[in-house]
Design a protein around this ligand. Structure first.
Ligand code: HPA
Length: 247
């Protein structure tokens, strides 16, 4: 099993990752966001990719999700943990909190969202009943319990188009739809991984209360401050997860 971590906003690099090499992969879909870093976290080999590039410069709707996932498959990766900054909608989802979503709703549009579009021998539909890999989620959740890192073990992630944040009415609608979290990068990443047969799970780190959940505007200062705390928790969780052997 080769594990990859895709780091999002607030996780362009992992300081604790011992980098042993760098791979540039060319794909039929264009360039991945950055070179893939081969390294070791807590003594375990893994691949790291900065989703928004390094430096952080590619907005959510411009990310070449297909190239990113295709490149990981080329490198022999079989499991992916995508880390993502999100807004909190559900009552538990306070700033700096971590959730391991078990469901998603896709509100994004106009993104290259499938490998199954051209030159097909037959039309292909993937099963997406459980959009996140149940065994990989279980490992992350059990690692969190063992390391005593507080998380929400379920949640519905709503993926918006961005790069703007949402209106109060949009968040009200998402809450009515059952969304607990709102982010901009969860899709099509999860579906593309499934199309290539890669296990995929998401660690959502809450950067702010979503629009209208509390009074006032959402500021970049608040997002950055909360992500400092939340991402160090996410790194602790990743370190615990790579060591965690299923019992
Ligand atoms: N909405 C969408 N994506 C986000 C948010 C938000 O409030 N915060 C961080 N990523």
């Amino acid at each position: 099993m080769t594990l990859a971590i895709i780091g999002g906003t607030g996780l362009t690099q992992i300081d604790e990752l011992i980098i042993t090499g760098e791979e540039r992969v060319t794909t039929p879909f264009g360039e991945p966001s950055a070179p893939y870093l081969m390294g070791e976290l807590n003594g375990q080999k893994l691949v790291f990719l900065a989703r928004h590039g390094n430096p952080h410069r590619i907005p959510p709707h411009k990310i070449n999700y297909r190239a990113n996932i295709w490149g990981l498959k080329q490198l022999g990766v079989s499991e992916i943990i995508g880390v993502a900054a999100v807004g909190g909608i559900g009552a538990e989802m306070a700033p700096a909190h971590i959730a391991i979503p078990d469901q998603l709703i896709d509100y994004s549009y106009g993104r290259e969202h499938t490998f199954f579009a051209d030159d097909l021998e037959h039309v292909t539909h993937i099963d997406f009943t459980e959009p996140y890999s149940p065994p990989l989620r279980k490992r992350i959740i059990q690692a969190a319990q063992q390391a005593q890192i507080k998380i929400s073990a379920t949640g519905t992630y709503g993926c918006t188009q961005g790069p703007r944040l949402e209106t109060v009415a949009e968040i009200k609608r998402m809450a009515q739809d059952g969304c607990d979290l709102v982010g901009m990068t969860g899709m099509p990443e999860a579906a593309l991984a499934r199309e290539l047969g890669l296990a995929y799970a998401n660690i959502s780190v809450v950067a702010n209360w979503a629009a209208g959940i509390v009074d006032g505007e959402i500021t970049m200062e608040e997002i950055e401050k909360n992500l400092d705390v939340g991402m160090s928790r996410a790194i602790a969780l990743l370190k615990a997860t790579v060591l965690f052997a299923e019992s």
